[in-house]
Structures are given as structure tokens and as C-alpha cells.
Design a protein around this ligand. Structure first.
Ligand SMILES: *[C@@H]1O[C@H](CO)[C@@H](O)[C@H](O)[C@H]1NC(C)=O
Ligand SMILES: *[C@@H]1O[C@H](CO)[C@@H](O)[C@H](O)[C@H]1NC(C)=O
Length: 924
């Protein structure tokens, strides 16, 4: 019977998992056709009754679990798509969503979209590799009988989901004082001393938490391990006291610091921020009676956390028993370095069995009209439009709703015309106090028109073509803002209230046999006709245009939402927008005038010479005169021009037009005042005015955004092929744009590489491309990695002098330094100490990933961009978040070449003070 309470509901469809493994387990295999039980004993159910989206199979490498072979994907539109799950109110759950892209759409466009739980933004899913499964988890206290997990806001690709899992906890281990205001997003759940790379989960963990193995190697995850770190294990059961503690199998393994310390460094996704953290200890070694194991936690710059010492056996009251100290609210950085250090009076070094770190995610209380809207939709359990789920406004509104932009939005417009509504006009509508437009035309609504006095902002009301009865209420005349009222073709009776007959109001009440004007005679009816003729023609034209184009900016849609324009207008403006895009054709004389006959040469590249120019209207331009042999024929030139004219992004140098006259092929671009990044990094300019680290990060961010757009925003994908620091141009404000698409060729749609003659610049050239001649977007990623190394080091990609006698090329040079842990050795001396070492580390590690020998080992540009943005946050946010101290340590260490392994815990650091009563540890 209890099981029935935990069913999953895709309203109005109902799923009852058969004799499920655990009460409160729901495992949805998105895109699957039927239910099945997997090797772990988990019962997977398909989502084949789900009314939205399409299913697809992935081309993931074999050996994957069945649930990752299929997925469900959704259109990249303005809507959200929500799975609605039934839960028990006042109960804690873990919800897990997984995403394995597997190139399901054969486009190799890595999707990026948002996922939310109800109105709360949960995470932005950024796919950076077709065969890696992204897993996100959230722990929450259910406060209502259903939850909605919604996908929306695709900026690249299409939103999709592989699995959705719900696990119910039956106790209070994840209780916090904040649980009605904050979700906990899982950042790390680590099993130390693990015997294999495989995680431990169900059935070992009855709640199917996934305990990651500490031997699994990932970038910047569990690195900087102290020497003397040894794995230990036992087969004796551990008394974990309550069953929501880490399972036995997790507690039976541990690491111990034979030399007195355990150190680790790991990236915490979602941080910096406030979080919940627990360490789990159990004594699983045989200590003789005179031996002790006492140690303290050390977090760089946070001495308050070292106050209390751990004595596992004493704290746990015996061996093979769990001791679980932790913090309910601790501020943590993105790159967490921690150590457990033996006390001087202890005979043994520290031990660590497991650890959990969650980030607090503030719950968005949602739109103000959520209750009314929920009540409204629950009255129409069979209607499609009422099943969209989630919050009516957040993160994006239901398809038939518009909302204002308040933090807690209100519904401003409802469009339910022609939806077969029956019965009375729902009374909930009269309680939407922010309502401006109400469209209910063409339904079968009956009964009287209710009192809309509470909706003082109402401007437009459409009730025509229904079966409404009764009178036109006097109260409508009290709506000061009412401009249009349509009630024609109903069964209304009585007389039209005097207040509704004025020049400010468009009123149509024709077709109501018993409804009369007071002084019947002249009628004052204005009829507005919305023409939709031609809309389909416009649509076809637009569609044709889309055969090749780059994704329009999101902002475009946002504007539409705000203006609530009727559909015809939307299409119209879209088309106008599109036609403007055909390339502008300059006359040769115009160009000659602008450049004063090609007087001022500002650069040259493999494809021609660039001149400065100024148009009649004062606009400054860069004029690129292509050398005659650059383009074999007219045809290639015009292809290139038509491509260029369709690529618009704020981080790509704007193409203004072209000129083909007297055998000259000329391209006109916007002029970039601060020249190339190259000049600023190691030209004479570099010493004059050094670019700061934060500015370098911003330049990297700008450039990555431009490249991301080429890779993922354009169909087919555009590969730059010749990225280098001299192709990154800087504007007046030192913000960057990527230039020179002279080498760009369209990648062939549907295939992941384009074979052609190897072109590019020595030092930036992807070695794999050079050998195989197979060009992919990862070739650009390689070149971008080289640019990142230039930004860090201020050195040229290739040089006979810069890299000592052993190297000529920046990549092996940087690699040798990073591998020996000497990051200081590659940092540009001109940066002095004006940076946070954590952000430099982040970028260096990502750069090293970018220059991996094989494309498949390199991240996507989107992933690199994300990393740069996180580094910028670290650089900007360090002091704000009270990480000032760790900052200081990094900066100090930047003075001297300290090895990575020890840099977070320099020997000279004075030991922590124990007087500071800021943090209160919680031990259970
Ligand atoms: C944690 O502590 C900080 C600072 O004292 C406070 O702002 C925050 O609201 C607390 N709780 C959570 C869940 O972040
Ligand atoms: C309204 O109902 C009619 C008849 O039941 C049906 O044919 C039509 O598809 C429905 N329209 C909508 C929008 O649901």
C-alpha cells in the first residue's frame, strides 16, 4: 500500500512502478520504450507517455548502461519542458538528472541549456564531450505533493535529458536549519581509499547515493596528494549508527597519512559560496593501547576551522564506529585545498574515510500568482495547456502566459483563446492583479462575466465568441486602463453601461441579441481586424533563409516577450531583420576615398594587406585588400562574402561589406582601435602598458565567446582554422573580438571533420590536424590553448630565445613546468603578483587540456569558456567572499617559486590561532 503513495505522475498519465526496489525510488529512463530492471536491481520506467519532445538514441560508445542509450530532447524554443513527479510533502529527497549527449542529433553541436527545480534555477548544463555523462544532484525537502524538473533556455543545441531519478530519504541526516529556504546541490561525495575507480551506489547504499572513488582521475580533482598517503581497508562491519550515514562499504576503506598529513585539492562545482560539509571517520586500523590518532583540519586562510581536533576512536567511542564532524554553513572557495594534520602528541597520522560537500542553492519562491495559476490549471486536468508544469513565470513562462520582470513576477497576459474551455470564466483569473491582457475568445464559456475590479491594470479583454450570459457588468467601467473590450457573439443581455461608451475604449458587443445600447439607435462599434493573411508566406520565406544561418541572439526573443506583439508583427519584423543581412557592396571609389587611396597600412596577413579608412559618416573601418591569388575565383569569393555577412556576434570583428571591382577583392571590417593581442603581450607595447591578469581573462572570455559562436551558434559549424594572438583584436576598451575568417570554411554538415589542405600558423597548428588533415572544431581549441598559454606567460608561441635551450615551442615548455608543479615558472613576470594563483591554475590546467595531442582529449570551447568565467569569478570575488586570507597566501607564494604540492601549506605559515570562535563545528 505504501508503494502506491510514491507513484510517479505525468499528469494526466499515471505510472505505478511495480514492486519497486525501495519505496520512494523513481528511475525514469528518458526515451526508453519499456520498463526493465538493470544490473543493480533498479527498476527503470520509460517516459513514453510524456507529451512533449522527441526521443532519440545516442551513438555513445558501447559498454554504456542501457539508460544512456536513449534520451528525450526538446525544441530550442522559448518554452520550458517539465517532468512532474509526485513526492510526499515534508520528506527529504535526492533528485538526480543525467545527460549523455552521444551526438544524438548527428550535429555535433554540444547543447547548453538550463535545468530548474520548480522556479529555482538548478544548473546550466554545458555539454563538452559527446561521450561523457553529466550528472547533477540536488537534496531537497519536499514542501508540496509534486515537484517539477524543467529544461529551458537552450543557448546552443537542443535541451535533452537521459535519466531522471528520485530517491527518498527516510531520516534526517540532511536536515538543516535552512532547508525551507535552500536546496543543497551536491558538489562532492567521495569514498576515500576506494578499491577501484567504480563508484559505490545502490544496493550498497540503500539510498543510491553515488560515492565517487578517490582513485578516479579527473582534471583538478583530488590532486596534490601528500606523500605517505596510504589506502587502508577492513572487512569488519562499521557501526554507522543510522542507516543514512555513509554505507559500510564506503566506511570500510580509508586513506591514512603515514607522514603525518593528508592533503587534497579539488574543484567544487558551483562554489564559491556557502555550503554544507561533512567528514566521515572510523578507526579501521589496529592501534595498540598506547597509540593515538589525533589531527586537525586545516583550510588555507581559514584558521577558525582548525580549532577542534579529531580523535577518531575517542569521538566515536570505539573502533569501527563512525564519527562525523562537519559544518552546516561554511564558506568554501571554488578550488578547495584542505589538509588533515597530525597533532604533535599523536602517534599516528590522520585518517579519512569519506566526505560530502553540498552547496546551498537559494530557493526561488516563484511568481506571486503561482497559487492562483496552479488552481486554474488543476481545474483542466485533461487540457494540454494545463500540463506544462513548474512555475507559471519562472524560469520562463508557460507558453500561454506572459509575466513581468519582477523578482517575484506577476502574470500580465493570459492567452487561452480557442482552447475549448467550458463552464464559467475561472474565478482565479479575477485574482491575477497584474493582468493586462486576457484572451478567452472562441471557447464555450458560459455563465456571467465575473467582477474584474481587482485587476486594475487590465487593458485588453477578449471574451468574444463564447456563450456568456447575464449583463455586461458595471464594474468593467471602473477599470481605468481598459482600452479594448470584445464581447461580441455571446448571449449577453441588458443594456451597455454608460461608463463603457467613451472614446478611449474600443468596445464590440454586436451579436448579442438581447444586449442593447441605452438609447438604442446609433451604435458605436469599432472593429479591429488583425490580418494574418500572408503570415504563412512570410514563414516560408524565413524558413528558406534559415537553410544557412547562425543562431539569433536570445535577446531578440526576450524583446518579443516584453512587447506582447501580435504574431503577425513578430514574423514581419523577423523577416525584415533577416533581409538586411545580405552583404553590403561598397564601390571602389568609396573605398579609395575612405582610405585616402590606401594610404595608411595597418597590418598584413597571409591573405592580403589591411588599410585604415574612414567613411563619409565618420565611421572608422579596416579595409582588407586580398592578394589576387587568395581566392581562386569569383565564386569562392562570393561564397566567403555570403558566409561573412551572416556571422554576427559581439565578439567577432564585424564585417561591414565588400567590394569587387577592377579585379580587386576587398573586405571591409570595423576598425579596432587597440590592434592585436599579440602586440600587447610581447611587443614594445607590453612593457609600456601591461595588460592585467583580470583583463587577460576578460580578453580570453571574449575570444572564447566568439569562437563558441562559430562552433555552436552557426549551422553548419564554422571552424576558424587560424586562431592566433594576432587574430584577436582589441577595441577601445581593451575588449576582444576574433578576426580574420579568411581561412574559414564551412564544415560539412553532419560530419565531424572537413578534409582540406593544411593551413594555419606554425606554433598554433593542431598536431593531429597536421598529421591527419582532418579538421575539427578541436583544432581551434588547440590554437586557443596556445593563446591561453601566451596570456599566462606573455611569451610567443614559437621562439628561439624565450624557452631556454630545450624548447622552441610554448606547449612542451609549459607542459614541463606544469608537470613538475612549477606554475610560477610560466607566469608572465610583468604580472608581478597581481593575480590569484587559483585562477591562474584554473586557466593553466584548461590550457593544458586544450593542447592535448588528440582532439577527443580536448575540451569543447564552451567548456573552456566556462572555466575562464569561473576564473574571472575567483579573481573578482575573492575578497568579497571573505577569502581574502587565502588570497594573501597565494600572493605571497607568487613571489617565490614554490612547488605546487606544497604551495597551499607553506612551511613558514604560522600555525593557526585557536582563539577565534567564528565557526561552530557540528558533530553527531
Ligand atoms: C550562512 O552564513 C552566511 C554568512 O553568515 C549567511 O549569509 C547565509 O545566509 C547562511 N546560510 C546559508 C544557507 O547560506
Ligand atoms: C476542441 O474540441 C473539438 C471537439 O471536441 C476538437 O475537435 C478540437 O480539436 C478541440 N480543440 C482544441 C484546441 O482542443
Amino acid at each position: 500500500m505504501a508503494i502506491l503513495l510514491f507513484f510517479l505522475l505525468f499528469f494526466p498519465y499515471l505510472f505505478l512502478p511495480s514492486n519497486a526496489q525501495m519505496p520512494g525510488f523513481v528511475s525514469i529512463d528518458c526515451g526508453a520504450k519499456e520498463k526493465y530492471r538493470d544490473d543493480l536491481g533498479l527498476e527503470w520506467i520509460p517516459d513514453n507517455q510524456f507529451p512533449y519532445g522527441e526521443t532519440a538514441t545516442t551513438s555513445a560508445a558501447s559498454g554504456n548502461q542501457k539508460q544512456y542509450m536513449t534520451l528525450r530532447y526538446f525544441p530550442a524554443d522559448n518554452r520550458k519542458y517539465c517532468y512532474i513527479l509526485n513526492v510526499m510533502s515534508r520528506t527529504r529527497y535526492l533528485v538526480r538528472a543525467t545527460f549523455l549527449y552521444g551526438n544524438f542529433d548527428s550535429s555535433n553541436v554540444y547543447p547548453k541549456f538550463d535545468i530548474s527545480l520548480g522556479a529555482t534555477h538548478w544548473s546550466t548544463i554545458v555539454i563538452s564531450d559527446a561521450n561523457t555523462t553529466e550528472v547533477i544532484e540536488l537534496i531537497f525537502l519536499a514542501l508540496s505533493p509534486t515537484i517539477s524538473v524543467c529544461l529551458s533556455n537552450a543557448t546552443t543545441g537542443q535541451p535533452f535529458i537521459s535519466t531522471l531519478e528520485l530517491r527518498q530519504f527516510n531520516g534526517s541526516v540532511y536536515y538543516t536549519d535552512f532547508e525551507t529556504k535552500f536546496f543543497m546541490s551536491v558538489s562532492a561525495r567521495i569514498n576515500f581509499g576506494a578499491e577501484s575507480d567504480d563508484p559505490i551506489r545502490y544496493p550498497d547504499d540503500p539510498f543510491d547515493r553515488i560515492w565517487e572513488s578517490d582513485s578516479l582521475k579527473r582534471a583538478n580533482y583530488l590532486v596534490d596528494v601528500a606523500s605517505g598517503t596510504t589506502k587502508v581497508s577492513t572487512i569488519r562491519p562499521i557501526n554507522v549508527d543510522k542507516n543514512e550515514r555513509p554505507p559500510n562499504k564506503v566506511m570500510q576503506t580509508a586513506v591514512v597519512g603515514r607522514n603525518g598529513t593528508l592533503t587534497y585539492r579539488l574543484n567544487l562545482d558551483g562554489f564559491p559560496g556557502f555550503g554544507w560539509a561533512r567528514s566521515y571517520f572510523a578507526e579501521i586500523e589496529d592501534l595498540s593501547s598506547n597509540e593515538t590518532r589525533k589531527f586537525r583540519l586545516r583550510l588555507p586562510g581559514m584558521p577558525e576551522y582548525s580549532r577542534d581536533s579529531v580523535n577518531v576512536q575517542e569521538n566515536a567511542q570505539g573502533r569501527y564506529r563512525l564519527y562525523e564532524p562537519g559544518y552546516d554553513n561554511i564558506s568554501l572557495p571554488f578550488v578547495l585545498s584542505f589538509a588533515f594534520i597530525k597533532s604533535s602528541d599523536s602517534s599516528r597520522g590522520p585518517i579519512l574515510n569519506a566526505m560530502e560537500i553540498n552547496k546551498y542553492l537559494q530557493i526561488n519562491s516563484g511568481s506571486q500568482d503561482a497559487t492562483q495559476m496552479g488552481s486554474l490549471t488543476s481545474s483542466y486536468p485533461l487540457a494540454d495547456w494545463a500540463q506544462e508544469g513548474g512555475d507559471p513565470c519562472l524560469p520562463v513562462p508557460w507558453s500561454w502566459v506572459h509575466c513581468n520582470l519582477d523578482m517575484q513576477p506577476r502574470v500580465t497576459s493570459i492567452t487561452l483563446s480557442g482552447k475549448n474551455l467550458t463552464g464559467n470564466i475561472p474565478s482565479e483569473l479575477t485574482k491575477l492583479t497584474g493582468l493586462i491582457e486576457l484572451w478567452l475568445a472562441g471557447n464555450s464559456l458560459t455563465g456571467p462575466i465575473p467582477d474584474f475590479t481587482g485587476c486594475t491594470n487590465l487593458k485588453i479583454i477578449h471574451l468574444e465568441n463564447n456563450r456568456l450570459t447575464g449583463v455586461l457588468p458595471q464594474s468593467l467601467a471602473n477599470l481605468q486602463n481598459l482600452r479594448e473590450l470584445y464581447v461580441q457573439n455571446n448571449l449577453l443581455s441588458g443594456t451597455v453601461p454608460r461608463g463603457l461608451l467613451n472614446d478611449n475604449l474600443v468596445l464590440n458587443y454586436s451579436g448579442n441579441l438581447n444586449l442593447h445600447h441605452e438609447s438604442s439607435g446609433k451604435k458605436r462599434i469599432k472593429i479591429i481586424i488583425f490580418s494574418v493573411v500572408g503570415a504563412s508566406v512570410l514563414f516560408l520565406a524565413t524558413a528558406a533563409y534559415f537553410l544557412f544561418m547562425c543562431r539569433r541572439k536570445k535577446a531578440h526573443y526576450k524583446e518579443e516577450k516584453k512587447t506582447n506583439a501580435p504574431p503577425t508583427q513578430k514574423l514581419g519584423s523577423f523577416l525584415i531583420d533577416a533581409t538586411v543581412e545580405s552583404a553590403h557592396c561598397f564601390g571602389l571609389s568609396e573605398i579609395e576615398d575612405a582610405t585616402a587611396n590606401f594610404e595608411k597600412r595597418i597590418g598584413s596577413g597571409g591573405y592580403g594587406v589591411v588599410y585604415y579608412g574612414k567613411l563619409k559618416d565618420g565611421k572608422e573601418i579596416a579595409v582588407k585588400v586580398l592578394s589576387t591569388n587568395s581566392f581562386q575565383g569569383k565564386r569562392e569569393f562570393s561564397n566567403e562574402v555570403s558566409l561573412l555577412s551572416r556571422i554576427h556576434h559581439r565578439n567577432l570583428v564585424a564585417f561591414l561589406g565588400h567590394c569587387e571591382e577592377k579585379g580587386r577583392n576587398i573586405l571591409v571590417y570595423e576598425f579596432m582601435h587597440n590592434g592585436t593581442l599579440k602586440e600587447h603581450l610581447y611587443g614594445p607595447l607590453a612593457h609600456e602598458r601591461t595588460i592585467s591578469w583580470i583583463n587577460r581573462l576578460e580578453i580570453a572570455e571574449d575570444a572564447a565567446k566568439g569562437i563558441e559562436y562559430l562552433h555552436t551558434g552557426c549551422v553548419p559549424t564554422v571552424i576558424h582554422r587560424d586562431l592566433k594572438s594576432s587574430n584577436i583584436l582589441l577595441d577601445m576598451h581593451m575588449r576582444a573580438k576574433v578576426s580574420d575568417f579568411g581561412l574559414s570554411k564551412l564544415a560539412v554538415e553532419g560530419s565531424s571533420h572537413v578534409s582540406s589542405i593544411v593551413r594555419g600558423t606554425v606554433g598554433y597548428l593542431d598536431p593531429e590536424y597536421y598529421v591527419s588533415q582532418q579538421l575539427t572544431d578541436k583544432s581551434d581549441v588547440y590554437s586557443f590553448g596556445v593563446i591561453l598559454l601566451e596570456l599566462i606567460s606573455g611569451r610567443e608561441a614559437i621562439s628561439n630565445e624565450s624557452f631556454g635551450t630545450n624548447y622552441r615551442n610554448i606547449v612542451p615548455w609549459a607542459k614541463s613546468h606544469v608537470e613538475s608543479g612549477n606554475i610560477q615558472g610560466i607566469i608572465d613576470p610583468l604580472l608581478h603578483t597581481d593575480f590569484d594563483i587559483q585562477s591562474v591554475w584554473k586557466i593553466t590546467e584548461k590550457a593544458m587540456m586544450c593542447v592535448q595531442p588528440y582532439g577527443r582529449m580536448r575540451p569543447s570551447i564552451s567548456e573552456v569558456l566556462k572555466e575562464i568565467q569561473e576564473a574571472i569569478l575567483i579573481e573578482r570575488g575573492g575578497s568579497e567572499l571573505g577569502e581574502g586570507n587565502s588570497d594573501t597566501i597565494s600572493r605571497t607564494s607568487a613571489h617565490s617559486p614554490i612547488n605546487v604540492g606544497s604551495r597551499e601549506f607553506p612551511e613558514a605559515e604560522p600555525f593557526v590561532s585557536f582563539d577565534d570562535p567564528i565557526a561552530v563545528p557540528i558533530a553527531r
